[in-house]
Design a protein around this ligand. Structure first.
Ligand code: ADP
Length: 558
């Protein structure tokens, strides 16, 4: 038995461990999946922004197609001779001029300090579609070419291509044209940038193309960090704050003063993943609860079955003993009487009393066992009839008061006035009340008090049986109506009983349409209450016209 119990506890523990383990693993994988969805999605978003900055760079270069094919040596020579720039370069300049991204185009023919009065520059005149000499040098042009010169000084020795593009922030870009024959500068083509177009016609629409915060899952700000100014955004509703920024994306080799600041939010993919995570967790939770519930259920039912089996075995031993004892007494008394050895009238009467008392005990026990057996088999016969509970209680007390008093009990009876009728089988009622009263008496020590109250409310007529006995411990209260259950304490084990009385009470009360409840305080007493439903008018007149008398005769087999 002990081995089985430890095995069960072990298996139960292992089962719990397995459930917890599997759940943990599942929750972990679900979270990992969600996290990876988030990081993939965020990586995608970052990649898209990087791609956008490269597209922007290409946008600047798109009008400069054909630079590589330019004969820079020839260009150098022509310009040195004071001739016009070659047509191939003019064609490129013309295309650049038509690009709304750009404004004025200047050309400086030598590697000299620009913007000096003696160093004349050429400027493109879109009217004549020619390069013309100018002595007006916009500051941005001078700065742009100077920047390119500085850069090229470091690069030119090693440089392998005939041109190099150098951006001066958002103001201009300069193409250094290199004569690869002697690694000298053939000239600088400076192109001023139309900042208004760049921001409002190119970058701003580019950002809004990603969709607003809700659609794209991110807020983007084109930000000039030198003056802390937002130049464009994909969502005007979200105010810029450096605290919100999670990622900064620069433009490659250009627009140094600007960058794209990004705040990530939950995008539809992440939201869907979160919802699915939540759904999965709920399903998992419910499944785990069901699993745990059934595990606990199986475990406790097995425990209960085992207890019941143990109680049943104890009961059988007990009952055999209980049946044998009165029989032995009766046998001995009968033997003595039969022998004719007992002649005195007092002894004859004493033997007679013994036989009578023991046979009453025996009958009661057999009746109890029969009650249980009938109940189990569903053979309890009820003769339901309208009854007044107070009449039945009074009848019971009339018949039993003497032995109750003999036991030293003070009986207190109270009742409400004008009690309604209840539909009741009187035999059941007497069994119920006698079990409750006998228990009240059995389980009382010195304070021998028996209180019976009959009360009414809208629904029930209730009989309360009070005692001031040992009471029932809280942990035992839900089991006392179980078959064969007896509270495990010294007082109960010294009191005769089989744990059947209350189970019979419960069954009979329920068969009569009522219910039974218990209030108890350990050490101060208990109150058992049986509630019988009040007859409603329709029960008196069934559709077939049955009247009160017919109802009284009705017999039910449960
Ligand atoms: P038993 O034959 O043991 O009295 P019952 O089914 O009538 O069987 O009662 C079940 C158990 O409930 C009892 O063994 C006893 O421990 C407890 N019990 C029942 N009635 C009372 C009571 N009035 N006061 C205290 N304990 C009680």
């Amino acid at each position: 038995m002990k081995f089985k119990l430890s095995l069960r506890v072990l298996l139960f523990g292992l089962g719990l461990l397995a459930v917890v383990g599997i759940t943990g693993m599942n929750v972990y994988s679900l979270y990992a999946l969600h996290e990876s969805t988030i990081s993939t999605s965020v990586d995608n978003q970052k990649n898209q922004i990087t791609e956008f900055t490269f597209q922007t760079r290409n946008r600047f270069r798109s009008s400069l197609r054909g630079m590589r094919a330019l004969d820079t040596a020839e260009l150098q020579r022509l310009v040195a001779e004071g001739k016009e720039v070659p047509d191939s370069l003019l064609a490129i300049i013309k295309r650049v001029d038509e690009d709304p991204l750009f404004a004025d185009i200047h050309f400086l023919g030598r590697d000299v300090d620009p913007c000096q009065a003696e160093n004349s520059m050429l400027v493109y005149n879109s009217g004549s579609a020619r390069m013309e000499v100018t002595k007006t040098y916009p500051e941005a042009v001078c700065d742009g070419i100077n920047l390119a010169r500085t850069r090229m000084k470091a690069l030119i020795g090693e440089y392998q291509w005939n041109n190099r593009l150098i951006h001066d922030t958002e103001r201009s870009m300069t193409v250094a044209l290199i004569n690869l024959e002697d690694h000298s500068i053939a000239g600088y083509l400076n192109i001023l940038v139309n900042e208004d177009y760049l921001i409002n016609e190119y970058l701003a629409p580019g950002l809004t193309n990603f969709g607003d915060t809700g659609e794209s899952g991110m807020t983007l700000w084109l930000h000039d960090w030198t003056v802390n100014e937002v130049l464009a955004t994909n969502d005007e509703k979200v105010e810029y704050s450096i605290k919100k920024v999670e990622q900064i994306q620069r433009f490659p080799d250009m627009l140094e003063n600007w960058n794209i600041k990004i705040a990530f939010h939950e995008n539809p993919i992440i939201a869907a993943s979160r919802n699915s995570l939540l759904r999965n967790l709920i399903i998992l939770g419910v499944a785990v609860l069901l699993l745990l519930g059934s595990l606990v259920f199986i475990y406790t039912t097995a425990q209960r079955e085992q207890h019941l089996a143990r109680r049943q075995a104890g009961f059988l031993a007990n009952v055999t003993h209980e049946l044998k004892t009165p029989l032995a007494v009766m046998q001995a008394a009968g033997e003595n009487l039969a022998d004719g050895r007992v002649t005195s009238p007092e002894r004859l009467s004493s033997y007679g009393k013994h036989i009578f008392n023991e046979s009453v005990r025996l009958r009661k026990m057999i009746e109890k066992l029969l009650d249980v057996a009938k109940n189990e088999a569903g053979h309890t016969i009820l003769k339901l009839a309208p009854n007044r509970v107070d009449d039945l209680v009074k009848e019971y007390l009339r018949e039993n008061e003497s032995w109750i008093h003999e036991k030293g009990f003070k009986v207190s009876y109270t009742q409400d006035r004008e009690l309604p009728l209840v539909m009741l089988d009187t035999d059941s009622f007497f069994t119920i009340i006698s079990n409750l009263v006998e228990n009240a008496i059995k389980y009382s020590k010195d304070d021998k008090y028996l209180g019976i109250e009959v009360r009414k409310n809208d629904k029930y007529v209730s009989v309360h049986v009070h005692d001031r006995g040992v009471g029932i411990p809280k942990s035992a209260r839900k089991y006392v109506f179980d078959k064969f259950y007896r509270v495990e304490n010294e007082f109960t084990s010294n009191t005769k009983g089989h744990g059947l009385g209350l189970s019979i009470v419960k069954n009979l009360v329920e068969l009569n349409g009522g219910n039974v409840t218990l209030k108890s305080h350990e050490g101060t007493g208990s109150v058992f209450t049986v509630n019988f439903p009040v007859i409603v008018k329709s029960e008196f007149s069934s559709p077939s016209g049955n009247n009160l008398k017919e109802a009284a005769r009705a017999e039910y087999v449960s």
